[in-house]
Write a protein that binds this ligand. Structure first.
Ligand code: HEC
Length: 222
């Protein structure tokens, strides 16, 4: 038969079958990747925190813990490390309270459009510093210039004070305008930023290194 000498590459049925297999394989791969991603980004629970189970996105009650940012040699960048309990605005927040506070912070960040100027988890603008790891900036920590400037002695109080009156504390050439943020909203925003800093973002943003900033004496360069 004439067909017998024809190369497989010119056979229509070969290409049809290949297309069906490739499409089928891609569908299965995408379904698997979707579930894998959902598993990776789903929020951990309070029990995970208590049992020291590391989740990429910890539960809202992570605001009750000290968060560190430590170099991981295997991964080649710093990763959030959840440490011991530490009061947040002077107390320990229950699961319900922490979730409510975080929710208020998220809504406020949307209502006041922080992303117009800042970047959060890769979304937003670069007019002002990236806020993804702002909580971990040594400038806010004990002995850092922002605690000194605001006259507060915890990270959360210094940040909340700054957010309510940013134009009183200019540190860069660019100044953050007063956005009419209330004391309660400021607490929510700080909880939102603290929680965000505890998310394992594979070392992003790359230009934020707590260790490098400490070496520079906790300067406030982003
Ligand atoms: C109109 C632009 C603009 C908007 C909107 C804005 N900011 Fe800022 N923000 C700035 C600028 C500019 C700075 C740098 C100010 C400085 O260093 O003095 C800044 C600084 C900050 C800092 C200190 C930087 C750091 O690395 O810790 C925090 C925290 C912050 N903003 C949080 C927020 C939050 C939360 C919102 C939303 C509620 C917000 N900003 C909305 C412009 C803005």
């Amino acid at each position: 038969m004439a067909n017998e000498n024809r190369s497989v590459w010119t056979s229509i049925s070969f290409w049809r079958r290949s297309a069906a297999w490739v499409t089928g394989f891609a569908v299965i791969l995408l379904i698997w990747l979707t579930f894998d991603t959902l598993g990776q980004i789903s929020m951990g629970t309070d029990a995970d925190l208590k049992n020291k189970v590391t989740k990429r996105v910890p539960a809202p009650t992570v605001i009750n813990y000290h968060i560190d940012y430590k170099y991981n040699a295997k991964r080649g960048h710093e990763v959030p490390v959840i440490g011991d309990k530490q009061p947040f605005f002077g107390k320990e927040w229950s699961e319900e309270e922490a979730a409510k506070l975080l929710h208020l912070g998220k809504l406020t960040s949307q209502a006041k459009n922080c992303m117009d100027c800042h970047t959060l988890l890769g979304n937003g603008a670069y007019y002002a510093p990236d806020l993804t790891k702002a909580w971990l900036d040594p400038a806010w920590q004990n002995g850092g210039p922002l605690q000194g400037m605001t006259g507060k002695n915890t990270v959360e109080e210094a940040m909340a004070e700054f957010l309510q009156h940013p134009s009183q504390y200019p540190t860069h050439a660019r100044m953050m305008p007063n956005l009419g943020i209330t004391a309660e909203e400021a607490k929510g925003l700080v909880a939102f930023l603290k929680h965000m800093s505890s998310i394992d973002t594979n070392g992003f943003p790359r230009n934020f290194s707590q260790a490098a900033k400490r070496e520079q004496g906790g300067t406030y360069a982003h």
